[in-house]
Design a protein around this ligand. Structure first.
Ligand SMILES: N[C@@H](CCC(=O)N[C@@H](CS)C(=O)NCC(=O)O)C(=O)O
Length: 281
């Protein structure tokens, strides 16, 4: 393995636009805040979701569809796509809902003034508490659920930003980076596999926001050849993760949630905006 590189970091890093190339290079910036004025659309329901059908985005649409499937009518929502490849996350309206400029972002207009929620884990917990569903009430069971939820939010960047980036998107294949993140992602998959060996869901018998957060990342990885890396990571060996993910993927609410704000792929599966249950027909 190469142990040295010709790159010597300068004393002070400077932003050269599209630094390094690779997919997403054109939207990466070292500064926060809005780049342009753009108001967000608003639908008729109290809950307004601004998102995209990426793994972090579908966590929230799955949760909303699960709440509706449970009969929580107050969870009706309008979902609008934010095209992150076109920089829509830097519009002034979006930045007002999420100063961190990343999807998903939720605005609950049932409160005065409206409540903004950003970060997928915070949105899942907000909805779980608001509707008293998919999070245990008992303190110790709740602690286990939140431990896995926070684990997921902290771990997924190694899978997406680390492994996925260097294996699938970077302009060159860097052996050091791919090795480092493949090692960590396999460790995470092994952790889940061992944990799920004697549990139906992450926290036992009850499906909750820990599963809803984790399935779109690690479940999608083992079932749908995420980053085209199924063979490379030998995902077939994580049998318990596959069993868990297969069960979750078959849930009708999960099937619906995965389609919301989908603006690419097979046309029949795309649903860029969602305002009503009948939009899926
Ligand atoms: N920690 C955040 C991560 C959100 C995130 O990384 N979103 C990505 C899409 S999956 C995004 O909006 N990227 C656009 C950008 O980085 O400019 C969460 O869990 O909500």
């Amino acid at each position: 393995m190469p142990t040295s590189s010709s790159y010597v970091p300068p004393k002070v890093w400077k932003w050269e636009s599209a630094s390094g190339g690779g997919r997403w290079a054109k939207i990466n910036r070292p500064i926060a805040g809005a780049t342009h004025e753009k108001a967000l659309p608003v639908g008729r329901h109290p809950l307004q979701l601004y998102s995209l059908a990426t793994p972090n985005g579908v966590k929230v649409t799955i949760m909303l569809e699960e709440l509706l499937a449970l009969g929580k009518r107050g969870a009706e929502y309008d979902a609008f796509p934010i095209e992150i490849g076109d920089g829509e996350q830097f519009g002034s309206g979006f930045v007002a809902v999420n100063p961190n400029s990343k999807i998903p972002a939720l605005l609950d207009r049932s409160a005065t003034p409206p409540t903004r929620v950003f970060e997928s884990g915070a949105i899942l917990l907000y909805l779980a508490e608001k509707f008293d569903a998919f999070v245990p009430r008992a303190l110790s069971a709740r602690a286990e659920c939140l431990s896995w939820l926070f684990w997921q939010v902290g771990s997924a960047p190694y899978l997406g930003g680390g492994f996925g980036h260097f294996y699938a998107y970077a302009p060159e294949k860097f052996e050091y980076a791919i090795n480092r993140f493949a090692m960590e992602v396999k460790r995470q998959l092994d952790l889940l596999d061992k944990h799920l060996a004697n549990r139906r869901y992450l926290c036992g018998d009850e499906y909750n926001i820990a599963d809803i957060a984790t399935y779109p990342w690690y479940g999608d990885m083992v079932l749908n050849n995420g980053y085209d890396a199924a063979d490379f990571l030998d995902v077939a060996s994580y049998k318990n993760v596959i069993r868990w993910a297969t069960e979750i993927e078959a849930r009708p609410a999960v099937e619906r949630g995965r389609r919301v704000n989908m603006t690419w792929g097979p046309e029949a599966l795309q649903l860029p905006e969602r305002h009503d249950a009948s939009d899926f027909d």
